[in-house]
Write a protein that binds this ligand. Structure first.
Ligand SMILES: C[S@@+](CC[C@H](N)C(=O)[O-])C[C@H]1O[C@@H](n2cnc3c(N)ncnc32)[C@H](O)[C@@H]1O
Length: 322
């Protein structure tokens, strides 16, 4: 699965060559059956999907894999059954040989809000930190990136990538079962680094931004998307306990404070390109993600508040240069 990546970055001239030495062991440990009891079940679901002749791949306007081969109703049902073994499907949507994987999130909406603002990705080396199943990684390749590395420590999402990769057979999009702390320090190797939906999960947001900066080449671009509090002052919300039912949310700054953090870390050309309150149409329960979703995490009387009476999730997309 990752042979091509190791070949690419092992080249003595490649800026990621120092990572190549430790990466095989990191991947093995990130997908260790001792850590994930369901790994075998996920792998058999992928293995049990039929061999299909891929005749079309669209990563530009959507993520769609298609075939001119016609599928019987029974084959379609069997495919759907295997895909659902990798529940929950949070990021997408995907069109998988005519099966519409209607994921919890309309991740395409997030992508559409930022794609025209970022530095062109054509020919670039890109890192997507906390990439989930790699939905946005595929879209980055659709914009012409030369190499896209996504990292995410949640094994089921990495397996969802591997499922798509079984058919797409990409030689330049790789989702690795790693967290940001597994990335060697001070790589300075990427033209663009994305961190979307991760900062508020970090106990030390400043260190997270510093880690992202250390991944960037001089002149590279950071694309940071995170929850914010919509006031003019420079304050931060530190939830007493849960925020929108999530027990791993630590710091939600205002935009003014986030900009100060970026300035203190010597980022330049800091621009807010989007502010958006997450709607219950963008994040919702579907047959592909059957757990509770945003509507269940909001105050039923007032959707501008979470169930804990904090401001409802609002997100900023901010760009900055190293
Ligand atoms: C809210 S999701 C965002 C997914 C995607 N980036 C997006 O914007 O749609 C946060 C992701 O960060 C991942 N994550 C959590 N801790 C992480 C860490 N230390 N390093 C990298 N990713 C992490 C989670 O597994 C999860 O998939």
């Amino acid at each position: 699965m990752y042979k091509d990546l190791l070949n690419i970055i092992s080249d003595s001239e490649h800026p990621l060559r120092s990572w190549a030495k430790i990466l095989p062991e990191q991947i093995e440990s990130g997908l260790s059956p001792n850590r994930y009891g369901k790994l075998e079940q996920w792998q058999s679901a992928i293995d049990n999907l039929p061999k299909l002749a891929v005749t079309g791949i669209d990563l530009v306007d959507q993520v769609k894999i298609s075939s001119t081969q016609s599928l019987s109703t029974e084959s379609r049902e069997a495919i759907k059954h295997q895909l659902k073994q990798l529940h929950p499907w949070r990021k997408g949507p995907f069109d998988f040989f005519g099966t519409h994987i209607d994921t919890e999130w309309r991740s395409d909406w997030k992508w559409n809000r930022l794609k025209d603002h970022i530095q062109p990705l054509k020919g670039k080396t890109v890192l997507d930190v906390g990439c989930g199943n790699g939905y946005h990684c595929w879209r980055m390749a659709g914009l012409g990136a030369e190499l896209v590395i996504g990292i995410d420590p949640t094994a089921v999402f990495v397996m969802q990538y591997q499922l798509m990769q079984k058919y797409i057979q990409s030689n330049n999009v790789f989702v690795l079962p790693l967290g940001i702390d597994d990335v060697p320090q001070n790589l300075q190797a990427f033209d663009t680094v994305f961190s979307m939906g991760v900062l508020y999960h970090r106990r030390s947001p400043i260190d997270h931004i510093a880690q992202l900066r250390n991944c960037l080449k001089a002149g590279g671009e950071l694309v940071l998307e995170t929850l914010i509090i919509d006031t003019d002052s420079d304050e931060v919300l530190f939830p007493k306990d849960r925020y929108a039912q999530m027990n791993n949310v630590w710091f939600i700054p205002t935009i003014a404070l986030l900009i100060k953090w970026l300035e203190r870390l010597k980022f330049k050309n800091i621009r807010v390109v989007d502010v958006n309150q997450t709607s219950i149409d963008e994040q919702r329960t579907t047959e592909w993600m059957t757990f509770n979703s945003l509507v269940d995490f909001l105050d039923p009387e007032n959707h501008n508040l979470t169930i804990e009476s904090y401001p409802a999730p609002k997100r900023v997309t901010i760009l900055a240069s190293k």
